[in-house]
Design a protein around this ligand. Sequence first.
Ligand SMILES: *Cc1c(COP(=O)(O)O)cnc(C)c1O
Length: 418
Amino acid sequence: MNFVSTRGGAPVAASFALQAGIAPDGGLYVPTSIPALDLASLPREPVALAAAVLAPWFADDALAPSLPALCAAALDLPAPVVPLADGRTSLLELFHGPTAAFKDFGARFLAAAMPSDADRPATLLVATSGDTGGAVAAAFWQKPRINVYVLYPDGRVSPRQAHQLACWGANVQTFAVDGDFDACQALVKAAFTDPALRAKHRFTSANSINIGRLLPQITYYARASLAVFDATGDKARFVIPTGNLGNAVACLFGRAMGLPIAEIVLATNANRTLPDWLATGTVTDRATIPTLANAMDVSRPSNLERLLHPFPGHDLIADLQAFSIDDDTITSTIRSSQARYGAIVCPHTAAGLAARERLDDRPWIVAATAHAAKFDTVVEPLIDQRVPVPPGLAELLARPARVTKLAPTLSALAAALT
Ligand SMILES: *Cc1c(COP(=O)(O)O)cnc(C)c1O
């Protein structure tokens, strides 16, 4: 299996795309074709299933022989489908990893797959809207010969997220950027394409643009959809809270591979680029609106470039729907979620549940992208009770944190990269 940049150029191997992150021309790596799965032969045990789902993407690649070990090391996390009290909605709980958000799956796989014995140490730049940075820091912490720089929008992440981004030390440095997430993302892109910086650093990325993060996310949709299919004979329907579209593109790729997935619905917050694009066919540039679901505060989803890319034989977005959920609705959904669903949810998951409420009575699975305890300052006042902190998160919150402020300019970033 080969990958090409969305902007053209020669095909590269999967492990090359995984190490490079972004293509040299600024494009995103996409597969030259989408491999097909044979459902009957797929194992159901989660780690074996993950390896089987990823195998065709890494066919003929240097990483192919180590896939089972990588999946065992990185993807052996619980991802239960939990039925809710309304009797027609389930949560796909993706928050049982070390940093309590779905980003742990992709970050852990990428860290396990990235070689650390190269001639030059790698410089890993990661822009985060809140959860990616923590997951990447946790996954790469103390990994030899990789220096990790985490950039997050100052004041736009929850206090617990901020702590989780900055509690590492060793090979991880954390910067609070004076700007929004798009500014952080633009800085990383600018560094990657700057000839002087490229000469000095062997850059790699760990954002959701990296196929090493994207592809492993297919595996929990495989787990969930096969569980539904085996139990009921029906294809699964997913609602996915969406920012940069990484999680959603994984699900769309999984469906295109032949996983038993019917409709896929996106839930955005007030940043409504995607619903407007699906309605009008045009992508309009807008400023990012800060919302309660801050990990989805994205006005220009980077993975959109992958959805706009043609895949012969597949129309990834044929029946895709998207709903924009405003903060008032997120708030009311968090408030009512315990009575209505028997669940306490984070603001992103609440956006997913609110989108689900606009759909029909058939069963829908909402991706629960983070644990509510990461967003205690939002959730607790609304439900008027404490959210129990999972032990892994409590451990991180007990560590000291250290962060440096950064101006949103390439020269400031260049000076900060040691
Ligand atoms: C990152 C994140 C999202 C958005 O995921 P994308 O892959 O960027 O679309 C949603 N919810 C939470 C909690 C997140 O951390």
